[in-house]
Design a protein around this ligand. Structure first.
Ligand SMILES: Nc1ncnc2c1ncn2[C@@H]1O[C@H](COP(=O)(O)OP(=O)(O)OP(=O)(O)O)[C@@H](O)[C@H]1O
Length: 489
C-alpha cells in the first residue's frame, strides 16, 4: 500500500473510533458508561503487567508543593542530564551552580538492585473558570513511576525510600546556606558564604582527622540515634585563647556538613521562654552556636543576686531605673540553658550540633560541660609547627623553606596564636615575597620568646621576693612568741 493510502486508511479508522466514542458518550447512560470504564480498566491492568505511581507537584487542600515531588526532581537531576533530550535549568547556591531537571513529557530509566524502572514527567493543564481577557492556565506537573508488578515490594519499599533520602540530600547540598542571628526573640538571616574549610584550618593533623570523622559519623548516624533512643544532637565545646580559630572551626564544620548556622546571642534573649521559642524555630541540619559562653551568662547564679541589688539601688535613685529599663538585662538562667541543651524540643525534627566557645574553660560550671551535654571538648591552642605549615601553604603556597627549621625551634619556645602567625604570612605587597614574610615572622617569634623569658624571670623574682617576705614575717612571729614566752616566765 502507498503511504498516502495508508494515511487515509488510518485517518478513516481514527474517525470511526471517534464516532463510536461520541455515540457511546451521548447515548449510553452514565452508570452504564462508568461500569464499562471500570471493567475495561480491570481488563487492561490484567493484561498490562506494569504498575504506575503518580507524584503530583502540589498536594493537600492548600496545594502545598509536595516534598516528595521536589525530592524526586532532585534525585532525577543527574539521571536526567544524561538521558533526557529536553531539560530545564535552574540556578542555585547564590548563582554559583546550575541544576538540570527533565522538561515536561520526557522519560528516563533508572535501575535499583537490578530492577529496571522508568520515570516520566508530565503536566495537566486546566483553564481557570474566571473570565479574563488573558485566560490563565493552571499547570499541574507530576512524575509518573512505572515498574513491573513483580517488583512491587522492592520499589514501594526500599527504592522509594532511597529516592526520597537521596533527593533530600541533593537538595541540602544545593541549597543556599544561611547564617541566622537573633535580635531578641526573632531570627534574621544572611547568606552564609564563609570560605573556611578543614583543609585551610591550621590545627594538628591528627586532631583535625579526629574531629572530621566525629562530625561525619554524627551526620550519618540517624538510625543509630533512633535505635538507642537518643535525640540526634551533639554538643561541642571549643576552648582556647582568642585568635586560635574557634569561630573559623565552626565555619569549617558548617561547610563540611552543609549545615546552617544559628549564632545565638544570649545577652539579647530576655528569658528562658524566649530562649525556648528561638530554639523551636531552628531548622534541622544546623549548628547552634553560643560564642563566649562565659561572658553571655552568669553561670554562678550571681546574676540574680546582682539584679536584686540593682533593684534596691534603683529604688534609691529613680533616674538610674530609667536607664536600666532602657537597657534590658537577660534573665536566662543556667537551668534554662541546660533545658535548652537537654530539652525535648532541642532535637525536634532532625540533627543539630550545639557549639559553645570560651576563652576560659575553667570558668564554666561543670554541669554545663559534662559529657552527654558537651560530648566533645576541643582545645584550640597556640600555633605549633604543623599548624604553621598549613598556614604557610594557604597564605604563601609554600611546601617547605630553609627558614622552616628556625621557625620550628621558635614555635616550640614562643607562644603565638595562629591568627598572629597568619598576620605575618599575609602577603604585604602584590609580588608578596615569601621570604620577607617568614623573616618578619621569625623576628616576631624572637621578640615573643624574649618577652616570655623576661616575664618568666620577673615572675620568678616576684616569687622569690614574696618567699623572702613570708620567711621574714614568720621569723618576726617566732621572735615575738619567744619574747612573750620569756616575759611570762
Ligand atoms: N587555626 C586556625 N587556622 C586557620 N586560620 C586561623 C586559625 N586560627 C585563627 N585563624 C585566623 O585568625 C582569624 C581569627 O580567628 P578566629 O576568629 O577563628 O579565632 P577565635 O579563636 O574564634 O577568636 P575569639 O576567641 O577572639 O573569637 C581568622 O580570621 C583566621 O583567619
Amino acid at each position: 500500500m502507498f503511504p498516502r493510502d495508508m494515511i487515509a486508511h488510518l485517518g478513516s479508522i481514527a474517525a470511526s473510533l471517534m464516532f463510536i466514542w461520541a455515540v457511546f458518550q451521548q447515548y449510553f447512560p452514565y452508570q452504564f458508561r462508568s461500569y464499562i470504564e471500570k471493567y475495561s480498566q480491570r481488563l487492561v491492568s490484567f493484561v498490562y503487567p506494569y504498575i504506575q505511581i503518580t507524584f503530583n507537584e502540589f498536594t493537600g487542600e492548600r496545594l502545598m508543593r509536595s516534598e516528595a515531588y521536589s525530592a524526586i526532581e532532585n534525585y532525577l537531576s543527574s539521571t536526567s542530564s544524561l538521558q533526557a533530550k529536553r531539560l530545564k535549568a535552574d540556578i542555585v547556591k547564590n548563582n554559583q551552580s546550575l541544576v538540570l531537571s527533565m522538561d515536561d513529557h520526557e522519560e528516563v530509566a533508572d535501575e535499583f538492585r537490578g530492577v529496571k524502572l522508568w520515570w516520566a514527567s508530565g503536566k495537566h493543564i486546566a483553564k481557570t473558570q474566571s473570565f479574563s481577557l488573558y485566560p490563565v492556565t493552571d499547570e499541574k506537573r507530576f512524575y509518573k513511576l512505572t515498574f513491573h508488578k513483580r517488583h512491587r515490594d522492592i520499589i514501594v519499599g526500599p527504592y522509594l525510600k532511597h529516592v526520597l533520602k537521596e533527593g533530600r540530600a541533593i537538595k541540602v547540598r544545593n541549597r543556599q546556606r544561611k547564617l541566622y542571628t537573633n535580635n531578641g526573640s526573632m531570627w534574621s538571616h544572611v547568606v552564609f558564604e564563609h570560605p573556611a574549610t578543614f583543609q585551610t584550618l591550621a590545627i594538628e593533623p591528627d586532631k583535625k582527622k579526629e574531629i572530621m570523622e566525629d562530625l561525619t559519623t554524627f551526620s550519618k548516624a540517624e538510625e543509630f540515634y533512633s535505635r538507642i533512643g537518643r535525640a540526634w544532637k551533639r554538643g561541642y565545646l571549643l576552648y582556647g585563647p582568642p585568635g586560635t580559630g574557634k569561630s573559623t572551626m565552626i565555619a569549617a564544620m558548617a561547610n563540611l556538613l552543609g549545615y546552617d548556622i544559628y549564632d545565638l546571642e544570649l545577652t539579647a534573649v530576655k528569658d528562658n521562654t524566649e530562649l525556648r521559642k528561638l530554639l523551636i524555630e531552628t531548622s534541622s541540619k544546623s549548628i547552634i552556636v553560643i560564642e563566649d559562653i562565659d561572658c553571655s551568662l552568669d553561670l554562678t547564679g550571681q546574676r540574680k543576686k546582682k539584679n536584686e541589688k540593682e533593684e534596691q539601688e534603683d529604688m534609691k535613685d529613680p533616674r538610674q531605673k530609667l536607664t536600666k529599663e532602657d537597657h534590658k538585662i537577660s534573665q536566662v538562667t543556667l537551668s534554662g540553658l541546660l533545658n535548652f541543651i537537654d530539652g525535648l524540643w532541642s532535637a525536634c525534627g532532625g540533627e543539630r550540633l550545639i557549639v559553645f566557645t570560651t576563652n576560659f574553660v575553667e570558668k564554666l560550671d561543670p554541669a554545663l560541660i559534662r559529657k552527654g551535654r558537651m560530648d566533645k571538648h576541643i582545645e584550640l591552642s597556640y600555633c605549633g609547627f604543623e599548624a604553621f605549615k598549613v598556614l604557610a601553604k594557604n597564605y604563601q603556597k609554600l611546601e617547605s623553606h630553609n627558614l622552616y627549621s628556625r621557625i620550628q625551634e621558635l614555635l616550640a619556645e614562643a607562644r603565638m596564636t595562629p591568627a598572629e602567625v597568619a598576620e605575618h604570612l599575609m602577603p604585604k605587597t602584590a609580588s608578596g615575597d615569601p621570604e620577607t614574610c617568614l623573616e618578619s615572622l621569625i623576628q616576631a617569634l624572637e621578640s615573643a620568646k624574649e618577652e616570655a623569658r623576661l616575664k618568666a624571670e620577673k615572675e620568678a623574682e616576684d616569687k622569690e621576693l614574696s618567699g623572702q617576705e613570708e620567711t621574714t614575717e614568720i621569723q618576726v612571729l617566732v621572735d615575738k612568741n619567744v619574747r612573750d614566752e620569756n616575759s611570762v616566765h
